[in-house]
Design a protein around this ligand. Structure first.
Ligand code: 5U1
Length: 675
């Protein structure tokens, strides 16, 4: 094959991979394979510069930074949408359309529905299949030419597929998925640059960069929602068909798009999307309903800046303004003081929010937050509500800065800042009731000693009444003491005593984890248990020896040695053992020598023959790690019935997927090699 032929082949292949990834949502190859082909194409093009074409996938990032964006006049104005906020308003919209079209109300109208992405609208103009211009909406008539930036988005084809008509204009939304937004903000923080308040601002800021190289680095994507111009081909007769037409040309459309008959079906669709909202990997702010038939759209017409045939039914806002009443400091298990914002209660995303996390003092400083400020609170997905920014125009001169207290608000011990860290800690140790409560909650938690029925409220009562000073005291509680507590009947008290008794029979990894040594999570506890086989050698280990274990770095090694050096901790351990806590002895294991050492698996969905915990234990016993989130580094995803978004993510990233039979083969094969 000549270089020219290979160049053509590589371009076609890379374009096909982009199409499968972005349009069909069905990735064909892992990223590294894609990158390898791209490198080969770059090398060949460097050898033959005369063969470089503007639609080559290597030419996405190019040109100099601009000094400003040129103006673009939209041939067809970019309209906005009317909003609805209730079923009533939706019924009124439907009724009005019936009237405008002269159709009886008992005849359902056909709608096309899809989620409303929370990004920014752009127009993409293709001539003879080539992307010739991309523009922002601007004021709807005149926007900005952002072609160089739009070209950097892999979701936007530089050339349309198949046999495209001479002129096509598609419109849609550019947006930033959550994962990319989180990473971008982390990166901005690391570089000491300004963070973005939300994914929409991040998308807008990224697309309006004068240097396309910056845009190219930002995790932006695009989905079409309108066919705005078409020449040289017949207009598909409905919105739904127009979208399928764009998809055929290689433009991404919403995978959630549905055709619906009548307004009641719209209600069901809205509810259904609303239920999924928190799990979606990007922000949406409502659902758009469009009269499906183009002839009916034309008859319904427009009012000023919005069509009468479409409406955006908005969800409750995910960002709202409220007032910061106070900043209080919560003391965690390890004594870290975390500032928490107490807010005037407000509805955010359909939930009442009265607290928000402030992470640490640096964040308060960076966002310049003062008590009394009007603040924008955001609650999106399943993340904890947070303050995105202060509305400075409502700031009054007397508003004071939150101050880290010098003494612990719970026990009065001195608060110190760790050198080189943003964290402040109470020095009270287990003498501090807050730390004691948190340590007991951790000890009792499901992944630690799994003491059923010992909830947070109960722990608080036990500590406040002085019945439990340390975790070992739990095992000396009596029926009478428990029955004397609030909301505790004889049956619950007996159940709790039984749960405590049951918890005495545990495993070494659980016990190590339950001790609550700083930065020793489940996985590290497991590695420590495997390495030492029992508690006494772990208690005597040196920092050097500990650092030989996978996952144990200098900080964790120091924390472990420091923990066991405290006489008080040793005393509590002795008391626990004396109370009867025990575990099966295990032989020390060299984890590196296990057959699945170095591999990481993710389990999703329901397996027929194993609980998730059993599958996890089997994999771990063979040396693998089991993680809860899929990344490029995941060795494989094990998918049972009804797998969740993890399966989709694995497929997107090209991570291998094993079904239950393949999982059984894997463990059987590896166990055999091991024996
Ligand atoms: N999903 C979707 N978003 N959105 C925004 N459809 C949609 N349609 C729009 C806008 C502004 O305008 C129509 C008038 C085409």
């Amino acid at each position: 094959m000549t270089d020219e032929e290979r160049i053509r082949q590589l371009r076609e292949e890379l374009n096909e991979y982009d199409y499968h990834y972005y349009v069909l949502d069905d990735p064909l190859v892992p990223d590294e394979y894609y990158d390898r082909l791209m490198r080969e194409l770059r090398e060949l093009e460097a050898k033959h510069p005369e063969l470089v074409t503007p639609d080559s996938p290597t030419q996405r990032v190019g040109g100099q930074a601009a000094s400003q964006f040129e103006e673009v006049r939209h041939e067809v104005p970019m309209l906005s949408l009317d909003n609805a906020f209730s079923e009533e308003e939706m019924r009124a919209f439907d009724r009005r359309l019936h009237e405008l079209l002269g159709i009886e109300e008992d005849q359902p109208l056909q709608y096309c529905a899809e989620p409303k992405l929370d990004g920014l609208a752009i127009s993409l103009l293709y001539e003879d299949g080539l992307l010739v211009r991309a523009a922002t909406r601007g004021d709807g008539r005149v926007g900005e030419n952002i072609t160089a930036n739009a070209r950097t988005l892999r979701a936007i084809p530089l050339r349309l597929k198949g046999d495209p008509p001479p002129r096509v204009e598609a419109r849609g939304e550019v947006y930033m998925p959550h994962e990319g937004f989180r990473k971008l903000n982390e990166e901005q923080l690391r570089k000491g640059q300004k963070t973005f308040a939300n994914p929409r601002n991040a998308a807008a800021g990224s697309l309006r960069q004068l240097d396309p190289k910056v845009t190219a680095e930002r995790p932006l994507t695009y989905t079409s929602y309108q066919l705005a111009q078409l020449e040289g081909a017949d207009w598909p007769p409905t919105q739904y068909d127009q979208m399928l037409f764009l998809k055929q040309l290689g433009l991404p459309i919403s995978p959630y798009m549905e055709r619906l008959q009548g307004i009641e079906a719209c209600f069901d669709y809205f509810r259904h999307i609303g239920e999924q909202r928190d799990q979606l990997p990007f922000d949406i702010d409502g659902v758009v309903f469009k009269l499906d038939r183009r002839d009916q759209q034309r008859k319904a017409g427009f009012v000023s800046r919005a069509p009468r045939w479409a409406i955006a039914w908005k969800f409750p806002a995910q960002e709202v303004m409220t007032r910061l009443l106070e900043v209080e400091f919560q003391v965690g298990r390890t004594g870290a003081l975390t500032p928490v914002a107490r807010l005037e209660p407000v509805q955010v995303g359909g939930v009442t929010v009265s607290n928000a996390t402030l992470h640490n003092m640096d964040e308060i400083e960076r966002k310049d937050i003062r008590i009394g400020d009007c603040v924008i609170v955001r609650r999106a997905g399943d993340v904890i509500p947070e303050i995105v920014k202060v509305v400075m125009k409502y700031r009054k001169p007397g508003f004071r800065k939150p101050q880290m207290p010098k003494r612990c608000p719970v026990c009065g011990s001195e608060v110190v800042r760790e050198e080189g860290h943003a964290v402040y800690r109470c020095t009270g140790g287990l003498g501090c009731p807050a730390q004691r409560k948190e340590a007991i909650k951790h000890f009792a938690s499901r992944k630690a000693m799994d003491i059923d029925g010992l909830g947070d409220k109960l722990v608080e009562q036990l500590v406040e009444r002085g019945l439990v000073e340390d975790v070992a005291d739990l095992y000396h509680l009596t029926l009478e003491q428990l029955m004397d507590l609030e909301r505790m009947g004889e049956k619950s008290a007996r159940n709790l005593l039984e749960a405590l008794e049951r918890s005495k029979s545990t495993t070494l990894p659980r016990f190590i984890y339950a001790l609550g040594i700083r930065e020793v999570g489940e996985a590290t506890a497991e590695s420590l248990a495997q390495h030492f086989g029992d508690l006494p050698p772990l208690m005597e280990a040196s920092e050097e020896e500990l650092q030989e274990i996978e996952d144990v770095g200098p900080v964790v090694a120091f924390n472990i040695v420091h923990f066991f050096a405290q006489p008080r901790n040793r005393e509590v351990i002795d008391k626990l053992l004396a109370a009867g806590i025990h575990w099966p002895k295990q032989e020390p294991v060299d984890r590196q020598a296990l057959p699945l050492a170095g591999k990481t698996y993710v389990i999703t969905g329901t397996l027929e023959h194993y609980s998730r915990e059993q599958a996890k234990q089997l994999l771990k016993a063979l040396g693998a790690k089991v993680s809860s989130s899929v990344s490029k580094k995941t060795s494989a995803v094990i998918a049972g019935e009804k797998p969740g978004s993890k399966l989709e993510k694995a497929e997107r990233l090209g991570v291998p997927v094993l079904d239950e039979a393949a999982f059984e083969q894997l463990i059987a094969r590896e166990a055999l090699i091991d024996s």
